[in-house]
Structures are given as C-alpha cells and as structure tokens.
Design a protein around this ligand. Structure first.
Ligand code: RI2
Length: 329
C-alpha cells in the first residue's frame, strides 16, 4: 500500500489546526487531499488504488468532527471513484476519473456559493442593517452580491470568540467596500434591536432543520427571535447531514483550552477547568429560511434536500471508505 502522501497529511493537519477553516473550504481541501492520494498512488490494481484513497480518507475524516461537509465531500469523491473503478482495470483511467470527480466537486461547491449569493441577495433591501456571525464564505457571498447589485446596507460583525473569525469577515467586507461595524460578542443582544435581518452560514444541517454553526450562533438566533428579525442560514446542499436521517446526533467538537486562556495561566489555577465547544445547534423554530443553491426552504424542508441527494440513507453509505480497511489492519 502507498503511504498517505505528505501533502494529504499536511491538508489534514491544516484542517485540524483550523489554518484551513470554513465548512465549504474544509470539504474542498479534503477532496483535494483525496485527489493527491489517487494521483500519487503506486497501485497496480483498482482495488489497491481504492485502498490508498480510503486510507487518505481515514486520515482526513476525523480532523474536524462536526463539519458534515467534510465526510460528505469525502463520500462524494469515494462513492463515485468506487463506481468508476468497477468499469475498468486500468489504474491510469481511474486516476483520470479521480481528477475529474475531485474537480467536479470543487466546481459544484464554488457554483453553489455563487448561486446562494444570487438567491440570498434578494432578501436584502436598501437601508437594511444586517447581522452576520463568525466567518462564512457563503453568507458573505450574499452580502457581496447584494452590494454589487447596488443595494445600500451595513453589517454588524461580532468578533466571535475565541478565534475571532469575525475579524476575517470584517476584512472581506472591507475589501468589498461594504460598511461594517465590528462588535464584541457581548454586544449582540443590545445591538440586535437596531438591526433588520441576520445571515449566517452552517457547518451542518440536521434532517429536522436544526443548524449546527459556530458556537454562539444559537444566542444570535435567540436575540434575533426576541427582536423579531428574520434569521437566514446560507448553506450548500452538501452541508446537510444524511446520518441524521438515521437518528444520529451531530457531534459537537470540543477544542483545546489554550484557545480560551493561556496554558500557563490555566496551570496556575487549582480549581478552574475550561470547556471550549466549537459549535452549537440552532433549533428550526428560530430559523426563517435556509438558502441553498436550489432555492430557499423552510428548515422543515431539510429532509427533502437529504432525500433528493441520498434517497433513504442506509448505514452502509455512512463512511464507505471504512469497508476498504485491509484485513490485516
Ligand atoms: P462557509 C465555519 O466553521 C463557521 O462556523 C461558518 O459559519 C461555517 O464554517 C460555514 O462556513 P469553522 O471552520 O462554508 O470556522 O460558509 O469552525 O465558509
């Protein structure tokens, strides 16, 4: 078996450490990791080549446990390559399929963000004061598209502790020439009363329409609900979680304490522990619409997006690369 290529392991490490972050960017990077594994595989049979790719998928999979886009991207690539590998014994042909499938996913993902930008921008009116949260390329695309259409609006951007991804959103909006105001997370409820609508992204969407996004999103949704604002979620359809059709819960990633407090300070305390959950779930009752590349749906429509993509999902489809573990390992 060819070892997992160094470049693929580096992609996995960049995802784990959040140097690569954002659910869509994570999925595309992971698919690139599989493309590299297929390209560099020295396998002489389709089965060996699939095992090399499966091994890379295992290295990439558990880097970020909550972002469903990651296993969904891997599944997209793996199931299609598996089908193509049944059609030929020529590994060069399968490698070409791997390039096409991977590029197909990345193009599909980029096009979905652009389509969501177009669809979502229709919800923005002149004079709007908008809230976003964390850093979602998909939600920001809506704002940039509306701005390019000539709409006049401004945006509140909470910092998003502990990793301050709000600063990235502020930079993107600034680069696009959109007026935005950076605020502390503590100011969200106070300033929500001065806003009109909210656009956030998603790391995962459950079959019941609940949205998993950066920790704090559910508090933004609560404040928006109290202030009677519309709360929109921007998400490509590959961020919907098929496993939730089987009743599985989406795992909430807990990250290192050092993101919250310096390690030496924590060590100096005798009775203090830190918890650092990276995500929370916003229940469907707090969401007005989920904007996908196919159009906007009420959160209760999540199940139909899942059914369209996966049919009635079965557990065999869960992690298809797992069935390629060699007998000896
Ligand atoms: P796009 C991010 O997660 C944020 O929670 C953001 O809302 C979500 O991914 C979706 O981002 P993290 O990787 O795919 O920062 O829309 O933990 O860019």
């Amino acid at each position: 078996m060819t070892p997992v290529p160094a470049k693929t392991l580096q992609i996995a490490e960049e995802i784990r450490s959040m140097r690569t972050r954002g659910a869509g960017r994570i999925a595309c990077a992971a698919v690139q990791g599989l493309m590299i594994a297929a390209e560099e595989s020295r396998a002489s049979t389709p089965e060996q080549l699939l095992e090399d790719v499966a091994q890379a998928a295992r290295a990439l999979h558990n880097t970020r446990p909550s972002a469903v886009s990651l296993p969904n991207g891997l599944r997209y690539f793996f199931t299609r390559l598996e089908a193509k590998a049944k059609e030929t014994t020529d590994t060069a042909t399968i490698r070409q399929h791997a390039r096409d499938i991977g590029q197909g996913f990345i193009t599909m993902s980029n096009n979905a963000v652009k389509a969501i930008g177009q669809i979502g921008s229709r919800f923005i009116d002149d004079g709007d004061v908008i809230f976003t949260y964390c850093n979602s390329a998909t939600a920001v695309e809506i704002l940039i598209t509306a701005h390019q259409m000539g709409k006049q609006f401004s945006v509140y951007v909470p910092e998003t502790r502990p990793k301050y991804q709000g600063h990235i959103s502020a930079t993107w909006l600034d680069d696009a020439g959109i007026a935005c105001c950076l605020i502390t997370d503590n100011a969200i409820r106070y300033l929500m009363g001065h806003a009109d609508k909210v656009f956030v992204g998603a790391d995962a969407i459950a079959a019941n329409g609940a949205v998993l996004n950066k920790i704090g999103t559910s508090m933004v949704a609560l404040a928006a609900n109290e202030a009677r604002l519309d709360f929109f979620v921007a998400a490509e359809s590959y961020k919907f979680s098929p496993l939730t059709m089987l009743g599985e819960l989406i795992q909430i990633e807990e990250r290192e304490a050092s993101e919250v407090v310096p390690t030496d300070q924590l060590a100096s305390w005798k009775h203090v522990t830190v918890r650092n959950p990276a995500f929370d779930l916003t229940p469907p009752e707090y969401i007005d619409a989920i904007i996908t590349e196919q159009g906007q749906i009420p959160p209760q429509g999540a199940i139909s997006i899942l059914y369209e993509q996966y049919g009635w999902f079965t557990s065999e489809l869960a992690l298809p690369w797992e069935s390629h573990v060699p007998a000896s390992s």
